[in-house]
Design a protein around this ligand. Structure first.
Ligand code: ADP
Ligand code: MG
Length: 316
């Protein structure tokens, strides 16, 4: 019997475990070597890319490679100046602070953050009437992750030394991610299932690993030990995922466009989703995969390949 039940029971802990994203990996390797040569902390970096492509995984790897303590928060969880102060004051020299979804960080905290970085000092307002207190900050590394770098204040963006842009993964790269994870977890998987998982993962490691987990759930529910293609197929049927990996939301998006070119806000309200989610999560991959294109007026329309996919959808 295997001991790991969750796909996230293991995670990449070294830069060697990061599959694909060769330009990001090269940039990080150079920065790691430079930090070691100068006995310095890692340079501050902005990690940009769609959800689930490995930004948080890389942030944790950077801390592990630097043998530094890792402090991670979500931008939206910083709700008061005290939250931000506590985060910054807890960091020791060379520690890594990762603010995930940093576009959710209120503008006033983004300002406090870059001012604090410039002066390596935190100015804390004390009780009414008393003068503010200046507290020294450790020389830490700040990593910021976002799906949309332009939602950050320019002065904060400008202070990040490295800009690490992530992209979607190829089917081969995703196959490697899934093989590596299954092996690490000690899960027995039929060889032919790996590329099928990768093909349905919309270029995204998180989705590939979710499918692996879903296939395992079906396998175990039937008392099986080896995860097989048929388990993956049942898992996809249960979740309404088609052969190209499109789920109910993506299929509905394509069906809306089948009626003709449509604007983003109309699509979003029909889907009942925020425009941001539609542009950065739902359609980013569909455009990249060549199923959807934008015209000069920003309207979305199906490509020939998109129309063929809709025809397949209507047959099944
Ligand atoms: N390049 C990669 N190599 C190996 N595993 C990866 C890679 N990128 C992402 N993963 C795995 O995929 C999942 C989602 O990645 P995550 O870092 O949470 O994405 P993001 O922060 O960009 O939303 C995690 O389980 C992570 O370990
Ligand atoms: Mg993340």
């Amino acid at each position: 019997m295997d001991t790991c039940h969750e796909v996230n029971d293991i995670r990449p802990s070294s830069i060697r475990h990061i599959v694909g994203q060769s330009s990001v990996v090269k940039q990080v390797s150079v920065a790691l070597d430079a930090a070691f040569a100068d006995a310095r902390r890692f340079d501050s970096a902005l990690l940009v890319g769609p959800p689930g492509v490995g930004k948080s995984a890389l942030a944790a790897v950077i801390a592990a490679e630097m043998a530094s303590d890792f402090h991670e928060v979500l931008g939206q969880s910083i709700k008061s100046p005290a939250d931000l102060n506590a985060l910054l004051l807890a960091a020791k020299p060379k520690d890594v602070i990762h603010i995930d979804e940093c576009h959710e960080l209120k503008k006033e905290y983004q300002t406090s953050l870059y001012l604090a970085m410039d002066k390596q000092t935190l100015v804390v307002l004390s009780a009414a009437g008393a003068p503010p207190i200046s507290l020294p900050l450790a020389d830490f590394t700040l990593l910021l992750s976002t799906t949309d770098e332009y939602c950050l204040l320019q002065p904060l963006r400008d202070r990040m030394k490295l800009l690490l842009r992530f992209d979607f993964y190829s089917v081969e790269e995703l196959t490697t991610v899934v093989v590596q994870r299954a092996k690490g977890l000690g899960w027995d998987v039929e060889e032919t299932a790996f590329p099928m998982i990768a093909q349905r993962a919309r270029g995204t490691p998180r989705l590939a690993l979710r499918l692996l987990q879903a296939a395992r759930r079906v396998c175990r529910s039937q008392g099986g030990q080896t995860i097989k293609l048929k388990h993956l197929e049942t898992a996809c049927d249960l979740e309404g995922i088609d052969g190209a990996g499109l789920g109910p939301t993506e299929q509905k998006y394509l069906a809306i466009l089948a009626a003709g070119p449509t604007r983003l806000n109309v699509i979003a309200s029909t889907l009942g989703l925020p425009t941001r989610t539609v542009s950065q999560v739902t359609e980013a991959f569909l455009i990249r995969a060549g199923l959807v294109a934008k015209d000069d007026q920003g309207r979305r329309q199906l490509t020939q390949q998109g129309r063929e996919h809709v025809q397949l959808m209507s047959k099944s």
